[in-house]
Write a protein that binds this ligand. Sequence first.
Ligand SMILES: Cc1cc2nc3c(=O)[nH]c(=O)nc-3n(C[C@H](O)[C@H](O)[C@H](O)COP(=O)(O)OP(=O)(O)OC[C@H]3O[C@@H](n4cnc5c(N)ncnc54)[C@H](O)[C@@H]3O)c2cc1C
Length: 647
Amino acid sequence: MVTMVLLPEKKATHKLVRVEDGGLLLTALEPYCTATSLIEFARKDGSVHVHPQVRKRKIFVGQAQEHSSAIGIPSCTMSCVLDPGSWTKLAWSVVTGTLLVCLLLATSRMGSLYGDGEEVDAHVSYQATEDLGLCQMPQSPSCLSHDNRARLSSLPLDGSLTFSNTSSAASDFGLIRFSEPSAVVHPKSVSDIEAVVHAVLRDTRSGLTLAAKGRGHSVHGQAQALNGVVIEMSSLKGIKVAPHGEPGCSQPFVDAAGGELWIDVLKETLKEGLAPRSWTDYLYLSIGGTLSNAGIGGQTFLFGPEISNVLQLDVVTGTGHSVKCSPLNNPDLFHGVLGGLGQFGIITNARIVLEPAHEKVRWIRAMYTDFATFTRDQELLVSEPPESAFDYIEGFVVLKNEDPNNGWNSVPFDGKKINPSMIPEEGGSVLYYIEVVKKFSSNDVVSLGETVERMLAPLSFIPTLVFTTDVPYEKFLNRLHDVEVSLTSQGLWDVPHPWLNLFVPRSSIASFDALIFKHMIKDDFTGPILIYPLKRERWDSRSSAVIPDESIFYLVAFLRISFPASGPLLSSLIAENDKIMEVCHNAKLGCKMYLPEYEDLDSWKLHFGERWEAFARRKHKYDPDFILAPGQNIFPRIQTSPATAIA
Ligand SMILES: Cc1cc2nc3c(=O)[nH]c(=O)nc-3n(C[C@H](O)[C@H](O)[C@H](O)COP(=O)(O)OP(=O)(O)OC[C@H]3O[C@@H](n4cnc5c(N)ncnc54)[C@H](O)[C@@H]3O)c2cc1C
């Protein structure tokens, strides 16, 4: 094991340095580059954990294990710490032209450095590590105090608890943030979750925290808990369909445990000819994880996000009590938890509205060169009365090139290609397309063509660039699974995903196109870009979800993929996201981040705006010790003194 402390250096470049025991050190990192570099390192060695902590000080601790022959250096284990808290110092040093030298340090096992490395003072390293308050972090994956460990070990759980196999809970789909917990719980009952919450609450000294993890499909460590406890919700099972509702209410619904996946809910409900009516694009997400955000997709304009389609929740709050809540029963908790970023309680069950499922869908994509026409048509479509509207409406930006993943050839179905001569020359460097769906059953097939034609008639897409296919309903809803399988087989699924999701008010969308799509999207952009309108009236303003204050606003999603062997560094992709945020802010576009990730309280307050007070009040009420969902970086756990953070 080798430990080092790194201060950010001026350049983003990094070097691997061989040390005496065959270990590797990374040097010359910038703030984001800690994770970045380690990830890029990990791409070669296959295993790495970087821990972004401690909150505002933003310390990243990394531990990379096992190196492969890819860079010709023997196996090793490595840990490193970066203190981007000194980024301010770096900024100064850049201004003054002073080169901030990378401080490479090692523990007693480090020994001398070879190659491009510099020999450094091991004593300083140790000191710095202590200063950063990391306890034994680089050396030991667990910082659990004896008391906490004993308390957790003695819990009489129906499920299980482990202190050793914790690394899977240290990572997520983003592969940007890595915080290893001290313990992972696999609950089998709600009382398991209550017991763990109580055990964590009893720790008043070491700042123990607790995160529920759905599928870990967050991209910025939101479901992680550095040195805390992670509850793997997937082990809490249960899907029960009520096709005829319950006495007094015939509305069909499904009760699903918080860790169940939407795909499994779909499969169960289809057995009764039913399905939820609002969806995300990808179904291997957990009920609790999506309901903690919003759950949006092509049906949101019609039925609202997934959080607008919940009848009742069972929640274990941060005080360790299991509470049933609904719009009539404990409404404050119910609305708070929906879109509440996991801050107020752990969703153990959700009752979700169902509708009759259809057999098939007609799936249509129609292309545009002109942004104003594209958005005007999208808004026309979402403004139709529900009975005459399409059942799903989304939109995408593609590059004006032949790239099969991101260019115009990604638009036709079944891998068909567009003849380049069909692409109009006018317009900018990108193209747009609308994606719509009409559900149908075998009985409707005769009239379907006519119906769809009538619905498309008012639109002004390029007439030669419209593509249609019919697929089973379930296949359509689960359409991204094929993409996942294909990318996984190519080793391109488990790669970093520096995503940025924004809600952009309708009044700003043209400026957004001019400032961002037309100017900042380069032809090496990897990953889909989504853009489609949503209607505020379909969102319950009592929920915790934050959306712009306009009747129509757009989801704009930059679903960037950082490919291992090619393309820009992860750090530069993250920097591009930051730039987009900065441009939006400076141009006062009124954007709100979806799946938000902020590092400091001021940014969170800005994000919530006038709703911050209600959010903070609920936190004090339902999780007064601030133990829940620390990976969101909103409320640091209260230890000895009352929270001053949210004053
Ligand atoms: C390929 C892909 C496609 C996606 N498509 C969409 C899309 O179309 N629309 C959309 O809206 N989102 C989409 N997402 C984002 C997704 O909604 C979020 O990642 C969300 O967090 C759900 O992921 P998860 O279930 O793995 O939750 P996690 O990442 O595990 O958790 C997310 C947050 O919720 C908390 N949490 C988890 N479970 C519970 C629980 N039971 N109770 C309380 N809090 C809990 C966690 O502590 C964490 O703070 C997509 C993500 C991926 C990877």
